[in-house]
Ligand binder design. Structure first.
Ligand code: LLP
Length: 431
């Protein structure tokens, strides 16, 4: 559920018309709904309340400082994946003891800064990394906490090959069979306390089943480790819960919770959850304008002023984003967000961007209300992995980000200028 709705044929984010925002800040623009972020966060807390989890919002999904701050203020911990994201968490005033830091290639300065910041856990991705973190902590005279990331060899067949991570053959974590040996080597280390197990099987995962399988395997591992005298007090089950890209296709938090909570009840484990897109995905849209309509063979192209440089998911993962005009006649008010729309008088378009790449296509063969130059078009469920993956390819400016709270809209990141784009190239210095 989100707060992007049509009122009298006009798309609103909460109480602000998307077209009014575009009239003020221009096009394209990322628009976020504060109430949607809050609703998603609260719904997750409520669904898993029995286990009192630490929720670590995945900064990588939508990392604007103001958004990280709004979730930190609501009590969320953070899932960081780089020194930069740990820095964002700090700037946002997050409780650093509720920050987990994953990623296979953490550098020494990133590790040092994270230990200094007092983060909750490093998600440990390899033996070599463990040894490095422990050595750095020892050198600093501090103790770090580690959660061993295990690959349960479970995955969801529906998850795109580029975003599945729970299989054995990924660069992430260690095979579950190797986990015992890992604890035998490092389970009593004094500088990095290895007392947690971390899982992240990929994203988006469209059913609770892969989580059930993965957690079941992790619990067997934990039982075995405890029997051998190791302390394991925390389980981090990762993120990947599916956002509502299409109406009614993704389970609610309650469905995941109903399957997961019974497995962990009474296990004396602190639960950590790392949601990204279920919190941020439906909380944001990318609104743009149609620049030109043109035909090519049997196709009609709607060329828009945004593209793969602002929203790469369609080109990179064949990701589906529902697209619809910001203003429509009564018969074209969408009753759902779906690949197939059954409304009168629709026309089929390929919606493409201005980038000099054939893959710069945001929507293939999409039935839409008739479009013309200058109309607003909105890509929904773009809050997650939208702006954060945007680039300046073709020396294009990245869009501004606007946060709507009721009837108020605030610019939380201004549009880049051409000067911003060349800034770091102006001064040349000898190496
Ligand atoms: N935890 C870990 C360790 C992760 O690697 C990720 C995402 C998450 C949590 C959050 O997953 P979420 O709940 O947001 O699905 N750019 C791709 C997704 C890459 C996901 C990377 N890891 C996309 O646009 O679909």
């Amino acid at each position: 559920m989100d707060f992007f709705q049509y009122r009298d044929g006009q798309l609103f984010c909460e109480d602000v018309a998307v077209d009014d925002i575009m009239a003020k800040v221009g096009s394209p623009v990322y628009i976020y709904s504060k109430a949607t972020f809050e609703r998603h966060y609260d719904a997750l807390v409520e669904a898993f309340a029995e286990l009192d989890p630490i929720i670590c919002y995945s900064i990588k999904s939508c990392g604007n400082l103001n958004i990280v701050k709004l979730l930190a203020d609501r009590g969320s911990g953070m899932d960081a994946v780089s020194g930069g994201e740990v820095y964002r968490a700090q700037l946002a005033g997050a409780d650093m003891s509720k920050v987990v830091y994953a990623g296979v290639g953490k550098t020494d300065p990133e590790i040092e800064a994270s230990i200094e910041a007092g983060i909750g856990w490093f998600n440990i991705e390899s033996e070599a990394e463990f040894e490095n973190i422990a050595a750095i902590a020892e050198h600093m005279g501090k103790t770090a906490n580690g959660a061993l990331r295990v690959n349960p060899d479970v995955y969801d067949a529906k998850t795109h090959a580029k975003t599945t991570t729970g299989k054995k053959e990924t660069k992430f974590g260690v095979d579950i069979e190797r986990a015992k040996r890992f604890f035998q080597s490092y389970g009593h280390n004094k500088h990095c306390r290895l007392t947690a197990i971390h899982l992240h099987i990929g994203s988006p995962i469209y059913s609770p089943d892969p989580y059930v399988q993965a957690i079941t395997k992790a619990l067997e591992l934990i039982d075995g480790l405890r029997a051998e005298g190791y302390t394991v007090d925390t389980i981090d089950i990762g993120g990947g819960y599916a956002a509502d890209y299409e109406s009614g296709k993704s389970p609610a938090y309650t469905a995941y919770a109903e399957a997961i909570v019974p497995l962990l009840r009474g296990k004396d484990l602190q639960l950590i959850i790392e949601p990204g897109r279920t919190i941020s995905g439906n909380a944001g849209v990318l609104a743009c304008k149609v620049s030109y309509i043109k035909t090519g063979g049997s196709k009609t192209f709607a060329i828009v002023d945004t593209g793969m440089h602002h929203l790469i998911r369609p080109s990179f993962y064949e990701g589906f984003h529902f697209a619809w005009p910001t203003k429509v006649s009564a018969e074209h008010v969408p009753d759902k967000r779906a690949k197939e729309m059954d409304l009168p008088g629709l026309k089929t378009y390929d919606v493409v961007g201005p980038i000099c790449e054939t893959s710069d296509t945001l929507a293939h063969g999409r039935a839409l209300p008739p479009l013309k130059r200058g109309v607003g078009l909105c890509f929904f469920t773009a809050g997650a992995y939208g702006m954060v993956m945007a680039s300046n390819y073709n020396t294009m400016q990245r869009p501004p980000e606007i946060l709507v709270d009721g009837a108020n809209a605030t610019v939380i990141r201004r549009r880049e200028t051409y000067d911003d784009l060349v800034e770091q190239e102006r001064e040349v210095t000898a190496v």
